[in-house]
Ligand binder design. Structure first.
Ligand SMILES: Cc1cc2nc3c(=O)[nH]c(=O)nc-3n(C[C@H](O)[C@H](O)[C@H](O)COP(=O)(O)OP(=O)(O)OC[C@H]3O[C@@H](n4cnc5c(N)ncnc54)[C@H](O)[C@@H]3O)c2cc1C
Ligand code: FES
Length: 274
């Protein structure tokens, strides 16, 4: 049996500086067979090893339909993520995964889609939005709301521009603090709710971002009348093994690494408050 703790080697093919503290790493497994067999679903994550430093869970940010490479987008916050940011194109890192569950997509066919991302919460949602837009005709109205601290802190600036130009996507964004060039909305992401129409009977909402944002977003969606099982969120927890063995990520009876990181509010309600 394969060792579940043993990473495969991936080579950094490209690095995109998204913001002052966030980079996207384009990765490909060194062994072409491993790359060929690497199949993941939107919302899943990988354990990323920087050898000699440590291992961290990171959501996959590219589309599952992209087979040649896969991408992660990482904010440098501590020892492992800063060590990763020191890496150059051609360097090798370790990858275990894909791990965890995924966002429901096919089940939401014919629904109105509302996606709400905050800051570094957009990367896992990008792995959801990209394949959904490939099948745009399967869904009704498609709305994306994105909030960041400042205009410079927005990730995927080129992609945001494309979404903004798409006629079949309603895209709104906001920043907490504007700069001189910013002419858009200022305020937290829920201030965008008053600018859109939400049909609570026919909408599924997906959200990912800082815990405080998720809390406010869920409250707002509930007050609008979205059913508990149509509010889908990710939960973040400190993780070690990533495969349901160590218990580090437990919230009550659930392990975020295998039962999550994607949960509906119907499930979140059953968890102890933390
Ligand atoms: C399922 C999942 C998906 C994730 N996806 C992404 C992603 O796509 N991009 C990204 O940049 N980050 C993501 N993270 C967060 C990332 O794992 C942490 O930032 C990373 O573990 C920090 O490790 P470090 O060694 O660099 O920092 P450390 O030196 O361990 O810590 C630095 C600081 O970050 C805090 N911190 C560390 N880990 C976490 C955590 N899990 N939750 C909250 N605070 C933490 C610490 O309290 C400390 O303040 C994800 C986490 C999970 C659980
Ligand atoms: S991280 Fe070990 S059980 Fe979830």
């Amino acid at each position: 049996m394969a060792n579940i703790y043993l990473p495969d080697i991936a080579v950094i093919k490209d690095i995109i500086q998204e913001t002052s503290d966030t980079k996207t790493f384009v990765l490909r497994f060194k062994n072409p067979k491993v790359q060929k067999n690497f199949r993941f679903k939107s919302g899943q994550f990988v354990e990323v090893s920087v050898f000699g430093v440590g291992e961290v869970p990171i959501g996959i940010s590219s589309s599952p339909t992209e087979k040649k490479n896969f991408e992660i987008t990482v904010r440098a916050v501590g020892s492992v993520t800063n060590a990763l940011h020191q890496k150059k194109v051609g360097d090798e890192i370790g990858i275990r995964g894909p791990l965890g569950n995924n966002f429901p997509i096919d089940e939401m066919k014919d629904k109105k889609i509302l996606i709400i991302g905050g800051g570094i919460g957009l990367p896992p949602l990008r792995s959801l939005i990209l394949p959904m837009l490939e099948k745009r005709g399967k869904f009704k109205k498609f709305t994306i709301l994105y909030g960041a601290r400042t205009p410079d802190d927005r990730v995927y600036k080129n992609l945001l521009k494309k979404w903004n130009e798409k006629r079949d996507v309603e895209f709104l964004e906001t920043v907490d603090v504007a700069d001189n060039g910013w002419t858009g909305n200022v305020g937290v992401v829920i201030t965008l709710f008053e600018k859109i129409e939400i049909d609570p009977q026919d909408t599924v909402a997906y959200t990912c971002g800082p815990p405080i944002m998720i809390e406010f977003v869920i409250q707002e969606l509930l007050s609008i009348g979205l059913p508990d099982d149509m509010i889908i969120s990710t939960l973040e927890r400190y993780m070690k093994c990533g495969v349901g063995k160590c218990g580090h990520c437990a919230i009550g009876h659930k392990y975020v690494c295998i039962d999550g990181p994607v949960f509906s509010f119907k499930d979140i309600k059953t968890l102890p408050e933390e």
